[in-house]
Ligand binder design. Structure first.
Ligand SMILES: Cc1cc2nc3c(=O)[nH]c(=O)nc-3n(C[C@H](O)[C@H](O)[C@H](O)COP(=O)(O)OP(=O)(O)OC[C@H]3O[C@@H](n4cnc5c(N)ncnc54)[C@H](O)[C@@H]3O)c2cc1C
Length: 402
C-alpha cells in the first residue's frame, strides 16, 4: 500500500523540478518560455559574473554599455508599441523582470525606470515630437531616462511636492529638488513632476539643460548595483513644448508607477527564487551532525514554506499579468501584488540567509545582496504601508491615508 510517509519519491515526484513544484511553467506558452530563456542567457553572460563585484564596489562598470545590451534584446520599453519598442505582452515583460531581478534588483530597476517610468510617461502622455525625439533612442539604450517624483521632504505624499514650474513668457522655469532618483546621475533625459498654477504637470528635461545637476547618492547599503541620485533644478529654463501635454494632476505619475509596480510584482520573485535555490543547494551540500542540513526537519520546513510562498506569488503575478494583457487590470490589484510579492520575497531571502549560516552574510553567495536590495524594493514605488492602505480602501471604501 502506498503511503504519504514513503521516503522513496514516486515516479511523478522524481520528475518534479524542485524549483517549480506546482508546474507553473505549464501555464506559459512556448513563446513566453523562449522570451524568458533569452533574458536568462543575457543575465548569465553579462550580469551574473560581475554583479556581486558591482554591488561590493557600489558601481556598475559600464552602465551605458549595459543599457545598450539590454536595449539590443528589446528589454527597454519592452511592453510599449511603436517608436522602436518591442511591443511584447505584459506577461513577457513580467517574466523578463523576474529573470533580471534573479540576477540583481538594481539591474531590474534600471530597466523598470527606463521603460515603465521614463519611457511610459512620454509614450502615454507626451506629444508626438517628444515621442519621436526620445523613445527610439531610449529603446536601444542609447539614451537613458530617469523619473523625478520623490522629494527630500515628500515621498509617500507626492501631492505635496514643492518643485515648481512657472511660466516666463512662453518658457517654463523649474526650481526645486528631487531625491532618490534611480538612473539620475547617468540620465540623458529626466521626466520631472512639478507644481504649476494649473496643478501637477510632467516635464521632459534634457539633463544638459543649464541649472540641472544630478549628484550621486552614496553610502547606500541596498541597490548598490544601481545608480541613484538627487535632481537639483535651479532655474532650469525649458521651452513651452517641454511639458507633457496629455495629463494634469497626480494621475500622471501614478499611472507610470502602476506600470513599474507591475514589473516589481514579478521581479521581486526573481530575487526570492535565486535565494531559495541557493539555500536549497547549500542545504543539500552542507553537513552538520554527520548529515546534510537539508535532512533536518526544521530545514525542510523552511524550504517547504518558502516554496509555497514562491508558488503563490508566481500564480498571483501570472494572474495579474493575464489581466493586464486582457486590459482589465486595475491599480488596486497591482497594489495587492506588490504588497504580497515583495513582502514574501524579502521573507524568503531572510529565511534563505539563515540556512546559509555565517556564509549567508557573505557576498560570495547572492542571498544577502538580494535581501538588502529588497529592503529598497519594499519602500520604493509605494511602501508596504501605502499599498496596505490602498487595499484597505478598496475593501472598506474609506481612505486612511491622512
Ligand atoms: C534605491 C531607491 C530608488 C528610488 N528611485 C526612485 C525614483 O527613481 N524616482 C522617484 O521619484 N523616487 C524614487 N525612490 C523614492 C521612493 O519612491 C520613496 O522612498 C518612497 O515613496 C517612500 O518615501 P520616503 O522615503 O520619503 O518615506 P516617507 O514617505 O517619509 O515614509 C516613511 C515611513 O512612513 C510611512 N508612512 C508615510 N505616510 C504614512 C501613512 N499615511 N500611514 C502609515 N504610514 C505612513 C511610510 O510607509 C514609511 O514606512 C527611490 C527610493 C530608493 C530607496
Amino acid at each position: 500500500m502506498s503511503t504519504i510517509m514513503s521516503t522513496t519519491p514516486t515516479t511523478a515526484a522524481s520528475r518534479l523540478d524542485p524549483m517549480d513544484l506546482a508546474g507553473i511553467d505549464d501555464l506559459l506558452t512556448d513563446d513566453e518560455v523562449a522570451v524568458r530563456s533569452s533574458v536568462r542567457q543575457l543575465c548569465e553572460r553579462s550580469i551574473d559574473p560581475f554583479v556581486a563585484d558591482w554591488f561590493e564596489r557600489g558601481s556598475i562598470d559600464d552602465p551605458r554599455g549595459l543599457a545598450r545590451e539590454l536595449g539590443s534584446l528589446g528589454l527597454l520599453g519592452m511592453h510599449l508599441e511603436g517608436y522602436g519598442c518591442a511591443g511584447m505582452s505584459a506577461v513577457d515583460y513580467g517574466l523578463a523582470c523576474l529573470e533580471l531581478e534573479a540576477s540583481d534588483s538594481g539591474v531590474r530597476s534600471l530597466v523598470s525606470v527606463q521603460g515603465s517610468l521614463a519611457m511610459f510617461a512620454i509614450w502615454r502622455w507626451g506629444s508626438e515630437e517628444q515621442k519621436q525625439e526620445w523613445l527610439p533612442r531610449m529603446a536601444t539604450g542609447e539614451a537613458i531616462g530617469c523619473f523625478g517624483l520623490t522629494e527630500p521632504d515628500h515621498g509617500s505624499d507626492p501631492g505635496s511636492m514643492r518643485t515648481r514650474a512657472r511660466r516666463d513668457g512662453d518658457d517654463w522655469v523649474l526650481d526645486g529638488a528631487k531625491m532618490w532618483i534611480t538612473n539620475g546621475p547617468i540620465a540623458d533625459v529626466a521626466v520631472v513632476w512639478a507644481q504649476t498654477d494649473g496643478g501637477i504637470r510632467g516635464f521632459v528635461v534634457p539633463t544638459d539643460s543649464p541649472g540641472f545637476s544630478a549628484p550621486e547618492i552614496k553610502h547606500k547599503m541596498s541597490l548598490r548595483a544601481s545608480v541613484t541620485g538627487e535632481l537639483v533644478l535651479a532655474g532650469v529654463r525649458l521651452p513651452a513644448d517641454a511639458v507633457l501635454p496629455g495629463v494634469r494632476g497626480l494621475k500622471g505619475p501614478l499611472s507610470c508607477l502602476s506600470e513599474a509596480r507591475f514589473g516589481i510584482v514579478w521581479g521581486s520573485l526573481g530575487a526570492a527564487r535565486s535565494s531559495l535555490d541557493t539555500a536549497r543547494r547549500y542545504a543539500i551540500g552542507r553537513e552538520q551532525f554527520g548529515r546534510p542540513i537539508a535532512g533536518f526537519q526544521l530545514t525542510q520546513q523552511k524550504l517547504a514554506d518558502m516554496a509555497l510562498e514562491l508558488v503563490k506569488g508566481q500564480l498571483l503575478a501570472l494572474h495579474l499579468g493575464r489581466r493586464k494583457d486582457a486590459g482589465v487590470l486595475c491599480p488596486e490589484q497591482v497594489s495587492l501584488g506588490k504588497l504580497n510579492n515583495v513582502r514574501e520575497s524579502l521573507e524568503i531571502c531572510r529565511t534563505s540567509r539563515t540556512i546559509l549560516g555565517a556564509n549567508g552574510i557573505s557576498l560570495e553567495y547572492p542571498v544577502i545582496r538580494h535581501m538588502n536590495n529588497l529592503e529598497s524594493v519594499l519602500t520604493y514605488e509605494g511602501t508596504v504601508e501605502m499599498h496596505t492602505l490602498v487595499v484597505g480602501q478598496a475593501m472598506t471604501g474609506l481612505a486612511a491615508f491622512r
